[in-house]
Design a protein around this ligand. Structure first.
Ligand code: NAI
Ligand code: MG
Length: 397
C-alpha cells in the first residue's frame, strides 16, 4: 500500500517541541508515513503578513490529514507592531490561523477525549463515604460543534438599522431594549442550523456505538435558550429514537454540569454540545485528567479533512529553554487520534499502552505532573524533561 502523506504544522513556541516528540513516537511505533511540513503561525504573519499562507491550505487540501502543534496569537496592536517594516500600512490584518483553518475547511466537528490515566498524580480525587479518598475513572469524549453558535462571529455593536429594526419585531427585544439607543447595544448571535446540529449529533452517537459508550449526554440549556439549545435537544431525541435506540440519551444543563463534574464524572460517556458550551465542558473535563499536558483533540470536516492537535497553546514562556520541560503527552495523544482515524488502531493502542505504563510506573514525570511551577530549574529538581518523557514512552512501546 502506498505510504500516507501527513501534513505537519508545528507552528510556534512549544508547538515545535511537542511535534518533534510525537513524530519520534510515531517512528518508534513502526508507523510509516511521509511527512510534509506546512508553514503556519506568528513568524509567517511577521514575515509575510499571513499566518496561514495559501501554500499551507493547498497542502492540507491535497493530503487531507494534518497534525498541528500550536500557534501564537497576539492582540491587533501588537500584531501590527511586529509586522515586518516592509509590510506595514499595506492593509494586512492579523486573524487567528486556527479560526482560519476551521472556516476554510469547515471543520465543524471537534472531538475532545478526556480519559484519566491510572497513577497520574494530577487526576481528580474526591471524598467519598466516611471521608475515604476516591479517584473516579474519567472516560468522557466531548463532541463540540465547532463552527456555529456564539463563536460564528455574527455580531455587532451599534447594530445597523435593518438589524435593529428586525430585532424590534421581537416582543421581548421591544419591551427590554426598545428604549435603549442602538449605539449602546452589543449583539452576538447564536445560530444553530439543522444540518450542522445533525452532523455533530450523528458523530456523537456513532462514536458511542463504535467505542461501546452507553450514553450520549446533550449538555446545553434548552429550558432557557429555547430555540438553539432546544433544537439540539429535540433533534437528539429524534436521532436517538430513529437511529440509535441502543444508546441512552441524557440531558444536562451546562451550569448544572459544571457542578456535577466533580460529583460524578464517572457517570458520563459521550457528551455533545454547541460551540461555546462544548468549549467550556471540554476544558472542565480536561482539568480532571491532568489539564493541558494531557488534553488532545481532533477536528473533522464533512468532506474528509482531519486536523489533530493538543488543546494547549504555544506557551511562549517555555519555548526557548535549552532543555524543554513541557509535557508531550497531549500531542502524542493527538497523534493517536490520528492513527485511530486512519485505521491504525493497533499502533494507536500500543502507543496509548506505553503512555499508560509510563504514567503508572511513576518514575518519569514532567514538571506539571509534579505540580511545579515551570522554570529552567525543574529538571534539576527532579522533573523529567520533554525528551526524557518521550524516551520513557518509547522504551515502553
Ligand atoms: P498555553 O496553553 O500556551 O499555556 C498556558 C499554560 O499552560 C502554560 O504557561 C503552561 O503552564 C501550561 N502548558 C501549556 N502546554 C503545556 C504542556 N504541553 N505541558 C505542560 N504545561 C503546559 O496558553 P496561553 O499562555 O494562554 O497562550 C500562549 C499563546 O498560545 C498565545 O499566543 C495564545 O494565543 C496561543 N494559543 C494557541 C492555541 C492553539 O494553538 N491551539 C490554544 C491556546 C492558546
Ligand atoms: Mg478552550
Amino acid at each position: 500500500m502506498a505510504k500516507r502523506t501527513i501534513v505537519t504544522l508545528p507552528g510556534d513556541g512549544i508547538g515545535n517541541i511537542v511535534m518533534e516528540q510525537a513524530l519520534r513516537v510515531l517512528d518508534a511505533s513502526g508507523f510509516e508515513a511521509d511527512y510534509v511540513n506546512g508553514d503556519i503561525g506568528w513568524e509567517l504573519w511577521r514575515g509575510e503578513g499571513n499566518p496561514l499562507p495559501q501554500r499551507t491550505l493547498d497542502l492540507i487540501s491535497t493530503h487531507r490529514i494534518a497534525l498541528f502543534g500550536a500557534i501564537t496569537s497576539k492582540p491587533n496592536e501588537e500584531a501590527k507592531a511586529e509586522l515586518d517594516p516592509s509590510l506595514r500600512d499595506k492593509g494586512f490584518v492579523y486573524s487567528s490561523p486556527i479560526v482560519g483553518l476551521r472556516q476554510k475547511f469547515n471543520l465543524d466537528i471537534c472531538v475532545r477525549p478526556c480519559r484519566s490515566y491510572k497513577g497520574n498524580p494530577l487526576n481528580f480525587i474526591r471524598r467519598g463515604r466516611g471521608g475515604a479518598i476516591e479517584e473516579p475513572v474519567v472516560d468522557v469524549v466531548i463532541f463540540r460543534q465547532n463552527t456555529e453558535g456564539l463563536y460564528s462571529g455574527v455580531e455587532w455593536t451599534n447594530p445597523p438599522q435593518q438589524v435593529h429594526q428586525a430585532l424590534m419585531t421581537h416582543p421581548k427585544f421591544r419591551s427590554n431594549y426598545g428604549n435603549v439607543p442602538p449605539e449602546e447595544i452589543s449583539v452576538s448571535t447564536r445560530i444553530f442550523t439543522r444540518k450542522a446540529t445533525q452532523r455533530i449529533l450523528n458523530a456523537a452517537f456513532e462514536h458511542a456505538v463504535k467505542y461501546g459508550y452507553k450514553s450520549v449526554t446533550v449538555c446545553e440549556k434548552p429550558n432557557v435558550i429555547r430555540e438553539t439549545s432546544g433544537l439540539m435537544w429535540k433533534m437528539a431525541k429524534e436521532t436517538q429514537k430513529n437511529s440509535f435506540p441502543g444508546i441512552q440519551l441524557r440531558n444536562t444543563n451546562i451550569d448544572a454540569q459544571m457542578m456535577w463534574l466533580t460529583k460524578n464524572p464517572e457517570d458520563y460517556g459521550v457528551i455533545v454540545a454547541g460551540n461555546m458550551f462544548g468549549d467550556i465542558v471540554s476544558d472542565a473535563f480536561a482539568g480532571l485528567i491532568g489539564g493541558l499536558g494531557f488534553a488532545c483533540s481532533a477536528q473533522f470536516s464533512e468532506d474528509g479533512i482531519a486536523v489533530f492537535e493538543p488543546t494547549h497553546g504555544s506557551a511562549p514562556k517555555y519555548a526557548g529553554y535549552e532543555i524543554p520541560i513541557v509535557n508531550p503527552i497531549a500531542m502524542i495523544e493527538s497523534a493517536c487520534m490520528m492513527l485511530d482515524y486512519i485505521d491504525e488502531k493497533a499502533i494507536a493502542g500500543r502507543i496509548r499502552n506505553a503512555v499508560a505504563l509510563t504514567i503508572r510506573e511513576g518514575k518519569t514525570k514532567t514538571y506539571d505532573m509534579m505540580k511545579m511551577t515551570g522554570s529552567p530549574d525543574v529538571v534539576r529538581n527532579g522533573a523529567a524533561s520533554t525528551i526524557e518523557m518521550t524516551d520513557a514512552i518509547i522504551s515502553n512501546l
